[in-house]
Design a protein around this ligand. Structure first.
Ligand code: BGC
Length: 825
């Protein structure tokens, strides 16, 4: 390969080399046709191949939506995650792409981080093992990963500019390991640098990160790609080690770079190195041998549905189960009250660039109805709405033109910003959530980036009352009912934000069965040059005032009440952090009201990061955490509730009692453009343990419908020399009536050390399956790495001789066996 790369390099002009160093559009690199170097296409991940349609970049192709990063982490099952990786690789390839932009391996620092759902955990060991598994799975299909976001991108607040100010030791021990392992152990072919600054320097121009550490110390031979619009300079970024600017057309790696090279500001060697790295990725992914195109119809593989289901089942964490309220007994349960805002919707993922368009998705209500058939009566109540934005405009309420039966609105697309002349296209639209990519207007308005759209038709009111309409636009939008302006942002300097555009709302009184003329207009914004353009229209139907009473009544009349609560992409998303850790307004009160009406109340949570539970947790006997479980989430939850699946997920994060308890509380989100990582290495459970703060649910916690006994821990030799391998074994027995899976967790505690160390740190884990009554011996081999810490004075990892405790347990706070090993110099 290197020879072929060298041969190609020799033939390239400087102009051709530089043309390769930036995208040509949002998703493609530029080809060099003269030399047969193809363009390659990249696609977003991390939990599904979110690929733009080749013929219409504003459309996303459907793909399997696997459980999100945090849910995959809750499985603690590296074999399963590797299989998910293989499936992701296969789908990426089938969509004509060579690179999947993932996994996201940033550490969960604050519970409020908007993208926590995309990445794995607060713990570097768990994150690293999963990163290695998924990278090797994806790359086994000749698809490159792009491990992101390097580095210290742990919050969304001011994500494009904030400086993460962090100590060397915390970087080495907490934030780097998942990247280092993905690169060194799994051989990742690409890494994406982050938006933020690290100790003052933008990641995209951070020589220390990209050249000294990644390419130098870790020996990374792959490609460093920028995050989208994360580049801020030409010469500094080029010299720091950034290889590919994305997206294109380039803002920095263009003629300016060419000129800088000609002026001697950037040596040609540096350019050659970048080109080599891109070509290497192309060779690794077979770009020269194969014609990587969309493989016919993009398929919904049944095997991937099953895998998404299996992964969702293993991700579900049973947090609490008093009186063995769960699993539900098919023989005795006759009526179930299914309540809550997350029951009838499928809360499968958070928001932002990771959002996959699944082929289908299953809500818990639909799954329970299917599972129970007519044997169990299900009563559904919303309980409380939890949407921040108005709900999507229902096409069933819309008629596209007088006399027509077609649902939807008639759209007229103009090839200019002012609705002038004949529309370039008229058609009927039914879905009013449009996102046009930066440089692509609706394809129909070809001929420039200017366009405007007008939708018209009839709104037929399904009820009597006050309807709340909403409009959120990157651009200008307005909505009229019967010629009255109801809501909009026409002419306002609003709506420039990334994924989070403020919604303008307005109410209109309507009568059931009556028809009203509706008109919506959209055009580009004249003030801001932000490239994204979008419009979303919603409408909340009149809501009864007695939702809570109805929910309590339904619960009182049922054998069991299940309350489905949690967060949505309106709360957890790329582009912004959560404001607090609370459930959306009304949900806690709903849980309390239902629990009061029925002692057999089960709460099911839908979330990517911890939520406050202190105000209701003692009122309910059982809590199931479904996280953001992907398209099969509903089915998986139903199977766990009825015991068809024995839950085996374990929390990849500590769930604090109060937001104020979390380690970053006084430093988050930072000020004056900086966020100080003042907790140092005390991230997640390392802090709660050191400070003796009782969490609500500890890291690694998760119950089962069966029990496991831990016994016969052996550590050998008990006295060893630094560098010698230590063998650990422990017997695990399933003491209950059902088969189940257990995650055996091994923590190490350094008894005396000249530097401060956390009371215990996860160093290894294994997930096993045991039949009722069965015993298995689980073994681990420990090397130097598990005993070492990073000493900033030595600028190296070191093991200090002395005593170390080996702690084995079922969670970070449920240690079942321990032994000491003494290490000699
Ligand atoms: C995100 C990346 C993503 C990229 C392309 C950025 O906004 O931070 O994670 O891969 O967009 O969609």
């Amino acid at each position: 390969m290197e020879e072929r790369i060298a041969a190609l390099l020799c033939k390239m002009t400087l102009e051709e080399k530089i043309s390769l160093l930036a995208g040509v559009d949002n998703w493609h690199t530029r080809p060099v046709k003269r030399l047969g170097i193809p363009a390659i296409k990249v696609t977003d991940g991390p939990h599904g191949a979110r690929t733009a349609d080749e013929s219409n970049p504003n459309e996303t192709l459907p793909a399997t939506c696997f459980p999100t990063g945090v849910a995959l982490a809750a499985t603690w099952n590296t074999d399963l995650i590797k299989k998910v990786g293989v499936a992701l690789g296969k789908e990426t390839r089938a969509r004509g792409c060579s690179v999947l932009l993932g996994p996201c391996v940033n550490i969960h620092r604050s519970p409020l981080g908007g993208r926590n759902f995309e990445s794995y955990s607060e713990d570097p060991c768990l994150s690293s093992r999963l990163a290695v598994a998924i990278v090797s799975g994806i790359q086994s299909r000749k698809v490159s990963v792009c491990v992101k976001h390097f580095a210290l991108n742990n919050q969304e607040y001011q994500r494009m500019t904030i400086s993460s100010d962090v100590s060397e030791r915390a970087m080495r021990e907490i934030y780097f390991p998942s990247f280092a392992k993905a690169v060194k152990e799994a051989g990742a072919w690409a890494v994406m640098c982050s938006y933020n600054r690290v100790n003052g320097v933008y990641a995209s121009a951070n020589r220390r990160l990209l050249t000294d550490l990644l390419k130098g110390e870790w020996g990374f031979e792959g490609l460093v790609m920028s995050d989208w619009f994360a580049v801020h300079s030409t010469v500094p970024a080029a010299k720091a080690g950034l290889d590919l600017e994305m997206p294109g057309p380039a803002l920095y790696f263009n003629e300016t770079l060419l000129e800088a090279v000609k002026q001697g500001q950037v040596p040609v060697d540096i350019i050659d190195d970048k080109v080599r790295r891109l070509l290497r990725l192309m060779f690794n992914t077979g770009a020269f041998e194969e014609d990587i195109k969309v493989a016919g119809a993009v398929k919904d593989f049944p095997a991937h549905r099953r895998l998404a289901r299996a992964a969702a089942e293993e991700a579900i964490v049973l947090l609490k189960n008093e009186r063995n309220v769960l699993p539900l007994d098919r023989k005795s349960v006759r009526t179930i009250a299914v309540i809550g805002p997350q029951a009838a919707v499928a809360g499968i993922q958070g928001g932002g660039s990771a959002e996959v368009r699944p082929y289908y998705k299953v809500s818990p209500l639909a799954a329970l109805q299917k599972l129970c058939g007519d044997k169990v009566k299900i009563i559904y109540e919303l309980g409380c709405p939890s949407n921040i934005y108005t709900l999507p405009l229902d096409p069933a309420c819309l008629i596209s033109a007088k006399g027509s039966k077609k649902p939807g609105l008639t759209a007229a697309y103009y090839g200019n910003s002012d609705f002038v002349g004949k529309p370039a296209l008229t058609r009927v639209d039914t879905d009013f959530d449009f996102r046009w990519t930066p440089d692509a207007p609706p394809v129909e308005c070809s001929g420039g980036t200017d366009f405007s759209v007008r939708w018209q038709g009839i709104f037929k009111a399904p009820e009597t009352g006050l309807f709340r309409f909403g409009l959120a636009a990157n651009g200008w939008g307005r909505l009229y009912i019967d010629d009255t302006l109801v809501c909009g942002n026409w002419g306002e300097r609003r709506g420039g934000a990334d994924f989070h555009v403020t919604e303008s709302t307005g109410e209109y009184a309507m009568k059931s069965g009556r028809s009203y003329a509706i008109k919506i207009e959209f055009r580009k914004n004249d003030f801001e040059q932000f490239p994204r353009r979008s419009i979303r229209i919603g409408c909340d139907l009149p809501r009864p005032d007695d939702l809570l009473e109805r929910a309590a009544k339904a619960a009182a009349g049922a054998d069991v009440a299940i309350v489905f609560t949690g967060l949505t992409e309106e709360y957890e998303s790329e582009g912004f952090d959560r404001k607090n850790m609370d459930l959306p307004p009304g949900q806690s009160a709903l849980i309390r009201a239902v629990a009061k009406a029925n002692p057999n109340t089960v709460v099911v949570l839908n979330n990517g990061a911890p939520v406050t539970m202190a105000d209701w947790i003692d009122d309910v006997p059982a809590v199931v955490d479904a996280l953001f479980p992907g398209q099969e989430g509903g089915n998986a939850v139903a199977a766990v509730l009825f015991g068809d699946v024995n839950p085996s997920g374990k929390l990849p994060d500590t769930y604090p009692r109060r937001l104020e308890d979390n380690p970053v509380f006084i430093n988050y989100p930072g000020e004056s453009g900086k966020v100080l990582y003042g907790e140092g290495i005390y991230v997640g459970y390392r802090y709660y343990d050191a400070k003796k703060v009782e969490p609500l649910f500890p890291f690694g916690h998760g119950l089962s419908y069966t029990g496991f006994k831990y016994g016969n821990l052996k550590v050998s030799p008990a006295k060893a020399k630094v560098g010698q391998k230590i063998a650990v074994s422990i017997d695990i027995t399933n003491t209950g009536q059902t088969a189940g899976k257990e995650v055996v967790q091994l923590y190490v505690s350094d008894v005396v050390c000249r530097l401060a160390r956390p009371p215990r740190e996860l160093k290894a884990f294994k997930k096993i399956r045991l039949a009722s009554g069965a015993t298995q011996t689980v073994t681990f081999t420990l090397d130097d790495e598990v005993f070492s810490f990073y000493d900033p004075a030595l600028k190296d990892w070191t093991v200090e001789p002395g005593d170390f405790e080996i702690l084995v347990g079922s969670s970070s706070r449920d240690i079942r066996a321990k032994k000491t090993v003494s290490l000699d110099a």
